[in-house]
Design a protein around this ligand. Structure first.
Ligand SMILES: *[C@@H]1O[C@H](CO)[C@@H](O)[C@H](O)[C@H]1NC(C)=O
Ligand SMILES: *[C@@H]1O[C@H](CO)[C@@H](O)[C@H](O)[C@H]1NC(C)=O
Ligand SMILES: *[C@@H]1O[C@H](CO)[C@@H](O)[C@H](O)[C@H]1NC(C)=O
Ligand SMILES: *[C@@H]1O[C@H](CO)[C@@H](O)[C@H](O)[C@H]1NC(C)=O
Ligand SMILES: *[C@@H]1O[C@H](CO)[C@@H](O)[C@H](O)[C@H]1NC(C)=O
Ligand SMILES: *[C@@H]1O[C@H](CO)[C@@H](O)[C@H](O)[C@H]1NC(C)=O
Ligand SMILES: *[C@@H]1O[C@H](CO)[C@@H](O)[C@H](O)[C@H]1NC(C)=O
Ligand SMILES: *[C@@H]1O[C@H](CO)[C@@H](O)[C@H](O)[C@H]1NC(C)=O
Ligand SMILES: *[C@@H]1O[C@H](CO)[C@@H](O)[C@H](O)[C@H]1NC(C)=O
Ligand SMILES: *[C@@H]1O[C@H](CO)[C@@H](O)[C@H](O)[C@H]1NC(C)=O
Length: 366
């Protein structure tokens, strides 16, 4: 009897411990959407800004799906092998295409939940003929895909939608890194991945869209005139094969004389010739004066010397991030703009640079 009472007391004590532990865990003050009486999350776009940002990102997912499938079917196992890519690597490219199906589903759903119309897939054009050029194009395309999302994530009205987009762009970031490895490049020669504005990303993406179905909603971001680097070192020039990493000679260095050529404004571009390029709305001079290098946490300017009609050159700036000589500010696959002024902008207000852009492009610093 005594034993039985003791046993019941132990049971009671155990159940009491359970009741005590059911008290809610403290949530530090602040934060959004983390309490049971907060509004439940709705995973839809909430504004025109959200909608147009997701529409851009969805168009990016669609081209990636097409591109990865196209490259995989276009080249033979022998052609992949001569670039150092074996059957397992080719399977990984296929898996990346499969990931894009999921990403396109997610973004289409977020747009639909917000009561808007998603875009369907288009027809695209590519200008590569070899496996190295294919994987190099993939690392450039996924670079602006990834950076294009970082640029607007923290500006979205819908935090729940931003949370899901983060989970898909984390995968895209891995794709970008692997495509750099497939190109024989250093996987990530920076400490920080940069963000760019929607107009900057759309200016790069829109070039590869040839025809879209009439049902596709109009993308309202600006398209800047194209800026090309005319003496860029080719990432593939030294013949490095696919590898996890190479300690290779850098493609560029501070002081390098970079030559540029850029398009006139008001050109008809992109799918069905349905868009027109334009320069920044605050520009009041007739010629650009600076090259803006957008890389890591920084926008770094170099004076532009105009040498002729739509041509010029500038010296690649030096400098580091956080005074750390191991992190030269301009490295990897970076972005360049011609501007009228050397506007001071930081990662969260980079889109204010849009109003000062004459032309926009990519610069392969390494
Ligand atoms: C683009 O052109 C194709 C082929 O003519 C056509 O089917 C499609 O509806 C056009 N799209 C737009 C947005 O006009
Ligand atoms: C860039 O091109 C110019 C003109 O051809 C040349 O003088 C300069 O050396 C080139 N720079 C590099 C790093 O190739
Ligand atoms: C590769 O580069 C790093 C940093 O520049 C250096 O510390 C390391 O010794 C190099 N490794 C080889 C194998 O050359
Ligand atoms: C870019 O990073 C790589 C790897 O750390 C380094 O070897 C190279 O010198 C850097 N390039 C520039 C332009 O700083
Ligand atoms: C840079 O290249 C341009 C175009 O070839 C040339 O006119 C200029 O003199 C070069 N500048 C330097 C500092 O090398
Ligand atoms: C471009 O188009 C705009 C609007 O139609 C016009 O105001 C501007 O003068 C044009 N600029 C050039 C360089 O053609
Ligand atoms: C041109 O733009 C600059 C920089 O935005 C500004 O300081 C200047 O007042 C503008 N000039 C005119 C004539 O609008
Ligand atoms: C780049 O930005 C970082 C962070 O704001 C800063 O520490 C660094 O000085 C900047 N570097 C250059 C070259 O502007
Ligand atoms: C930057 O680094 C240099 C050399 O390591 C040091 O002398 C200097 O004080 C540092 N500057 C800042 C702002 O940290
Ligand atoms: C961008 O933000 C920085 C602060 O991070 C501020 O100093 C700068 O003036 C802003 N740029 C513009 C153009 O408003």
């Amino acid at each position: 009897m005594v034993f039985l009472t003791q046993a019941i007391a132990v049971l009671l004590a155990a159940s009491k411990v359970q009741f005590v532990s059911a008290a809610p865990a403290p949530v530090p003050s602040g934060g959004v959407g983390v309490r049971s009486n907060d509004t439940p999350p709705v995973y839809g776009v909430m504004s025109d800004f959200d909608y147009q940002s997701f529409l851009l990102a969805l168009n990016q997912e669609w081209i990636e799906l097409d591109l990865f499938n196209y490259g995989k079917s276009r080249f033979s196992a022998e052609e992949f092998a001569s670039a150092g890519l074996n059957a397992d690597d080719v399977s990984l490219i296929q898996f990346k295409a499969d990931q894009e199906v999921g990403h396109a589903d997610l973004l289409s759903n977020i747009i639909s939940i917000g009561g808007r119309t998603p875009a369907v897939q288009c027809k695209y054009k590519y200008d590569f003929d070899t496996v190295p050029d294919f994987v190099n194009f993939c690392q450039r395309l996924t670079r602006w895909g990834e950076s294009g999302v970082y640029g607007f994530l923290s500006h979205l009205d819908s935090r729940p939608a931003a949370a899901l987009l983060t989970q898909s762009i984390a995968t895209e970031a891995r794709q970008q890194m692997v495509f750099r490895q497939f190109s024989g490049a250093h996987p990530m020669p920076v400490f920080f991945e940069t963000g760019i504005s929607q107009s900057m990303a759309w200016s790069l993406l829109s070039r590869y869209l040839v025809e879209c179905p009439a049902q596709n909603p109009k993308i309202e971001w600006q398209i800047f005139p194209w800026l090309s680097v005319t003496n860029e070192s080719n990432l593939l020039q030294d013949g490095y094969l696919a590898a996890i990493t190479h300690n290779r000679t850098s493609l560029s260095e501070p002081g390098r004389n970079i030559t540029f050529r850029w398009d006139d404004t008001n050109q008809t571009v992109s799918y069905n010739n349905s868009y027109t390029t334009s320069i920044g709305g605050a520009i009041n001079s007739s010629a650009p004066a600076f090259v803006a290098f957008v890389s890591q946490l920084n926008v770094t300017y170099a004076p532009l010397t105009v040498t002729g009609s739509n041509t010029g050159y500038a010296a690649q700036p030096g400098g580091v991030v956080f005074n750390n000589t191991l992190d030269p500010v301009i490295n990897g696959t970076t972005f360049v703009a011609l501007t009228d002024v050397d506007l001071y902008v930081t990662p969260y207000n980079l889109s204010l640079l849009n109003d000062h852009i004459f032309a926009w492009g990519l610069y392969q610093a390494d």
